[in-house]
Every structure is written in C-alpha cells, then in structure tokens.
Design a protein around this ligand. Structure first.
Ligand SMILES: Cc1cc2nc3c(=O)[nH]c(=O)nc-3n(C[C@H](O)[C@H](O)[C@H](O)COP(=O)(O)OP(=O)(O)OC[C@H]3O[C@@H](n4cnc5c(N)ncnc54)[C@H](O)[C@@H]3O)c2cc1C
Length: 555
C-alpha cells in the first residue's frame, strides 16, 4: 500500500488512550478545546490497562471504611505513604509533592468526584499491603482498597462516555492505529508528534496486534500530553532498569500487562529533551500464576492472597517474618531473588482457597465486573469462585492432593531443577500446625491471622478461620507454584504539580505534559520505592485531570 503523510492540527494532542489519556482528553474537551487522541492499538482496546484492572482504589476515611468500623485519617494515610515510599533522593522533590497532593485527594475530593461521574464501590473494603514492620514502616495500617462496582470497565466507562460524546460534538478526533515515534520540537517547545499509521487490526481486546506500517502522520498542537503507560511488557527494559537492591533480575517473568505496555514513549520523550527519573523503581508481584487461558503474550495472573497460606521458597524453607501473603510485595521479591531461585510455593487448604484467593483482573471477577449482586453474594456461600476453580483444574502451577507426602512429591516433580527438600516442607507444615493448639502463639503469621479477623471485612470474606493445614476436614491440600509477574512502573517523566514535563535543568519543557504511569503517576514517581495498592488508577485520574486542566489553561 502507498505511504501517505497525514497532517492534522488541534489545540492539544494526547498520546495514549488509557485511563490517564481519557481523563486528560475529557478535561480538555470540557473546556471546549479540540483534541487529537492518538492510540497505537485498535479501537477495541480503548481504555488500555485499566479495562483489565480490578478497579481497586485507595481512599482515605471513606463512608465505606466508616461503615466497616475502620478509623482512618489523612494523617494516618500520610504516615503510611511516607513509610512505604521511603523518599530519599534529591529527585524526589516533585514525587513527594505529588504524593502529598494525592493523599489529600484520596482523603478529600476523590470519592465524591468519582461518584459524580457515576462510579460506585463494593461495600467491603480490602486490606492490601499490610506491612508488618511497625507503625512508621511500610504498609497500610488499615484497609483502604475500594473495589469499583464493575471493576476496570466500571472505572473507565464514565471517561469513555465523555470522550465519545466530545467526539460526536467534533471536539475530539480519535485516531487509532497511530503510533507515535517522535515528538516535534520547534524553538525549544514541543509542537507536535510524528509516527506510523499501522494496518487495521481486528484482534480481540488486549491481544497483541500487528505492527505493519501502512502510512505515516504528523500532527501539531499547542500542547502535547503523553499518557502512554509504563514498561511492564518490555522485559528487556525491566531487566535493564532492575535495581541491585532487588537482587539479580529474574530470568523468567510472567507479564501482568498487555503487550502495548512497551515503554517506548519514555525513550522518545527523553530524546526530545524530557527528564526521566527513578527508572529503577518498579512494582512487580511475587504471586504470579501462568494463565491457562492467555490473552496477551506470556500472560500471568496475580493472586490477591489472603494471609493464611504457608509461603515456602523453592527449597522448602518458610519465608522470614513478616513476609506473609499480602504483607510486603517488594520485601518478598528482594528476599526471593536472594534465594537463588525465582519461584516460591504457597501451601494451603481447600478452606483457605475458598475464602482467601482472589485473582486480580476484571475478567477473573465476572460477578463484580458484571455488577451481579447475586454472584457476589455467592462468594460467601462456600466453594472457590469459578475462575479459581478453573485454575485448580487447568492451571500449570496448581497441585491438589489429600495427603501431604503426595503433595510434596508432586511439587518436587514439577520443579526438577530446584532442590526442594521434601522433609523440610513436611517439617514446616507440621511445626506450623503445632502452633495452633493454643489461643496464643509465638508464630507471628498465626497471630496476624487472629488479629485480622477482628476486622469485619476480613472475617466476612477474606481470612479463613484459623485451622491446621493437616486437618482432613479443611482439605484437600493445595500447593501453588508462584512466579514473578511484571506490572507497574513507579518512575518516569518528571512533572510538576501541573503535570508539565520538566527538562534536565528542572525547567518546564514548553508544550509538553505527562500523566499516568508514564509519569510515575505524577512527578516521576509519587510512590517512591513501594506502593500502598489501589493508588495507580487514582494516580491516572488525578494526574490526567491535572494535565488536561493545565494544558487547557495555556492554550
Ligand atoms: C490486570 C491488571 C490489574 C490492575 N489492577 C489495578 C487495581 O486494582 N488498582 C490500581 O490502582 N491499578 C491497577 N492496575 C494498574 C492500572 O490499571 C494501570 O497502572 C493504569 O491503568 C495505567 O494507565 P495509563 O493510562 O497510564 O496507561 P495504559 O493503560 O498503559 O495506556 C497507555 C496507552 O498508550 C498507548 N501507547 C503507548 N505508546 C504509544 C505510542 N508510541 N503511540 C500511540 N499510543 C501509544 C498504549 O497502546 C495504551 O493504550 C492493574 C493493571 C492490570 C494490567
């Protein structure tokens, strides 16, 4: 096909139609600005990663928390954020300011603003990243993870509607299959973008699309907003940026994000003159399982674990205190990478899996995604949820056995290259079970389980009644092999509080803005070293809104 050059003009260009790009576009259109929204993927993937998300949002002192008798405050949330972020670099100036603004947003306008847009929440608040290091250490002191009713599709829908309405009114031009390769800089200011027009693609949402070029384009505008996401599907870049504090980069990782999360725009923006900071800060999970029903390349699913499973390394040794499921993601990752093996094991019972296993992702939670009250109530009724059952039956990483010896023999057979010590596993299981005989114990995981159940939400739907793993009434026994799974990029384009991208000299780069994951969710890394969870979607919304508003003011 002949190559064509298409030239367009608008008040603003937005690069990337994920959540951050949709929010920025909606804000610009609300101010009557003309926007060209450029997206490399086909139309059916509109919404980017957020569509696939669980829709978990970090809120502080919300009505949902109060109804669950959780006492939260902006001071407590900031204490947790600071302890988790561990800001310690000169370049943390803007990230820290973004963090403060974001915690105030989460304790203030966030819920009511989203509510106005039609977003609603599941009433039981989840407790992610529980920490375990004391009051000033990392982790959430209280539950703050609010799942959107309708999960990922529910969080993007209001913004998709606003952008589509604006498109119908002629304010927004949606340009799918337009892949940006270059930012145009004129007299020191960003004035447009160039790239390839890719061939049409009818692959299903999230499936890797082809990259055959059928033309090229050039567009110009007074403002360019980059909202192109992180680097999680680009394992080469993940390994290159991997920090020494997390040990050696894993040789094998699952992808927790679709192929389009390729990180290209970070390098493209940097070449144009943008400052990139905190590249070595990332948020990957340690409870990844191989998807038996993959959508994107190397697709892994993250287990959102309740705290009861016994967590063993590849040799059969229990992970150290407080590396329990759902306590300290990156602390666990750092520990695993020091063991010399990349996988770990959960050992649990049928009773635990029924109450404690949730899988992250909209497609893994059809009841919440489909807003089915009946389906959700069914979760409390016993039996593992259908998507979890499907993994138990078909997942490559699951072993189900009635008897411990058989379970451990099959674990060993599944990992012939790892020196799994059968006797060690049996010792860990029986020793842990002996600690259950009294209502008090020296085993801090068991103490944590008992403590957690004094939170109503955990008792209702998240933490199984403590029991012995070898109790036959709780069985069968289940072993799950866990892999490292890539997900979020915590560093990125350095921005000020108006989402203006800075140059290396610290001055704003005229005409250039960035929001969402490509901007480290604001500032170039508002999470610091670690995250409190549920902070990413909200970070896209907060920084996308700021970018749209600030750009609209200057046009
Ligand atoms: C399975 C899953 C579960 C999650 N669960 C949660 C959760 O519960 N809570 C939470 O807070 N977060 C969650 N997240 C994280 C969150 O969804 C993402 O961090 C967020 O949606 C990123 O949005 P974004 O707009 O910054 O980027 P993206 O969604 O990645 O969108 C960027 C868009 O830019 C396009 N693009 C990139 N480069 C170019 C280019 N050169 N030219 C044109 N277009 C380009 C891409 O194709 C893409 O469509 C989850 C993520 C996943 C995958």
């Amino acid at each position: 096909m002949a190559r064509r050059v298409r030239i367009g003009e608008a008040d603003a260009i937005v690069i990337g139609a994920g959540l951050a790009g949709l929010v920025a576009t909606a804000e610009l259109a609300a101010k009557g600005k003309h926007v060209i929204l450029l997206e490399q993927e086909p139309e059916q993937s509109l919404g980017g990663q957020a569509f696939w998300s669980l829709g978990g949002l970090f809120l502080v002192d919300s009505p949902e928390q109060r109804r669950m008798r959780i006492r939260d405050s902006v001071e407590l949330a900031w204490q947790d954020w600071e302890g988790t972020a561990g800001f310690d670099r000169e370049e943390d100036h803007w990230p820290r300011k973004w963090a403060e603004a974001y915690v105030n947003f989460a304790a203030g306008e966030k819920r009511s603003w989203l509510h106005e847009q039609g977003v609603r929440f599941f009433p039981v608040v989840g407790w992610a990243e529980r920490g375990g290091y004391g009051a000033t250490g990392p982790g959430n002191s209280v539950p703050r993870f609010h799942v959107t009713w309708g999960t990922g599709p529910g969080i993007i829908q209001p913004f998709v509607n606003l952008v589509r309405d604006a498109a119908a009114r002629g304010l927004v031009a949606l340009r799918f299959r337009h892949r940006v390769n270059e930012l145009i800089v004129t007299n020191g200011a960003v004035t447009g973008a160039r790239g390839d027009v890719l061939e049409p693609s009818d692959v299903d949402r999230g499936v890797k699309s082809t990259a055959n070029i059928v033309g090229d384009f050039e567009v110009s505008a007074d403002a360019v907003i980059v909202t192109s996401g992180g680097i999680g599907a680009n394992h080469e870049l993940v390994r290159k940026n991997w920090p020494a504090r997390l040990g050696q980069p894993p040789r094998r990782m699952l992808s927790g994000v679709p192929d389009h999360v390729d990180g290209r725009m970070i390098g493209i923006s940097e070449s144009a003159g943008a400052s990139v900071i905190n590249r070595d800060r990332m948020w990957h999970y340690v409870e990844g399982i191989t998807n038996w029903n993959s959508i994107w390349t190397n697709h892994g699913i993250r287990i959102l674990p309740g705290p009861s499973s016994l967590w063993l390394d590849a040799t059969g040794k229990r992970l150290p205190v407080p590396l329990y499921p759902g306590f300290d993601t990156l602390g666990t990752l750092a520990h695993i990478m020091k063991t010399g093996h990349e996988h770990t094991w959960f050992i649990l019972t049928q009773k635990i899996i029924e109450k404690e296993f949730a899988l992250s992702g909209s497609e893994q939670n059809p009841d919440l995604t489909g807003r089915s009250v009946r389906g959700v109530l069914g979760r409390a009724g016993g039996g593992a949820p259908a998507p979890v059952r499907a993994f138990m039956e078909r997942g490559a990483d699951f072993i189900v056995e009635r008897e411990l010896g058989n379970l451990v023999r099959r674990m060993k057979a599944l990992t012939p290259d790892a020196p799994l010590d059968i006797a060690q596993v049996e010792r860990e299981v029986t020793a842990r079970d002996r600690e259950m005989d009294n209502p008090f114990t020296k085993d801090l995981q068991i103490a944590a389980l008992r403590g957690a159940r004094s939170y109503l939400g955990d008792k209702l739907i998240r933490v199984a009644k403590p029991h012995k793993l070898l109790d036959p009434d709780a069985g069968p026994l289940i072993a799950v092999r866990l892999h490292v799974l890539t997900r979020k990029t915590l560093g990125g384009l350095e921005t000020d509080l108006s989402s203006r991208v800075l140059r290396d000299d610290g001055e704003p780069f005229p005409g250039l803005y960035a929001a969402g994951e490509v901007a480290g969710f604001g500032g170039g890394g508002m999470h610091g070293y670690r995250a409190l969870e549920g902070t990413f979607l909200g970070g896209c919304i907060f920084s996308g809104r700021a970018a749209g508003r600030a750009a609209a003011e200057t046009i």
